[in-house]
Ligand binder design. Structure first.
Ligand SMILES: [Fe+2]
Length: 153
């Protein structure tokens, strides 16, 4: 699907907004961890599903606007930022594919969940939550400052 990118928003304004979105996403990720701890895996999956479109839109904006200004004005310093943006591949893969596989497998087990299976699904979800929080952190430490710097050049 295509997302409309607003090129009128300034880079500093956009970064402020993206940081606020990270705060909101982290609140949701903490809820997912809590549902997992309560063995409410259906609720954890549903919550991931609900946040998937906003996260994908957020990632597309980072690539379209922030990487654009970095590649134009700070290409020689772009290596780490490019690596961080490539992490969007596993984020999108998890949100579009992996979570569906997890859900299908859980739905198949109608009479009582296999404990080992449930544990595996919970581990995969927990790993996603941890990795995504780290990803946000890396963006705020590396990509956002470089985009702000590049924007001034
Ligand atoms: Fe990102």
């Amino acid at each position: 699907m295509a997302y409309k990118i607003n090129f009128d928003e300034s880079i500093p304004d956009m970064i402020e907004r993206l940081k606020q979105e990270h705060v909101q996403f982290k609140i949701t990720l903490n809820k997912i961890t809590k549902y997992n701890e309560e063995n409410n895996i259906n609720k954890a999956i549903e919550t991931i599903h609900d946040m998937s479109q906003p996260i994908i839109k957020h990632a597309v904006e980072e690539e379209a606007r922030l990487m654009r200004v970095i590649m134009h004005n700070a290409k020689e310093e772009s290596a780490d930022s490019i690596k961080i943006m490539q992490e969007h591949n596993w984020v999108v893969d998890f949100l579009k594919q992996k979570i569906l596989t997890i859900k299908e497998n859980i739905d198949k087990q109608q009479d009582g969940l296999d404990i080992q299976f449930q544990q595996k699904a919970q581990n995969e979800i927990n790993e996603f939550v941890t990795n995504l929080k780290n990803h946000f952190e890396e963006e705020e430490q590396i990509v956002f400052p470089l985009a702000l710097k590049a924007d001034l050049r």
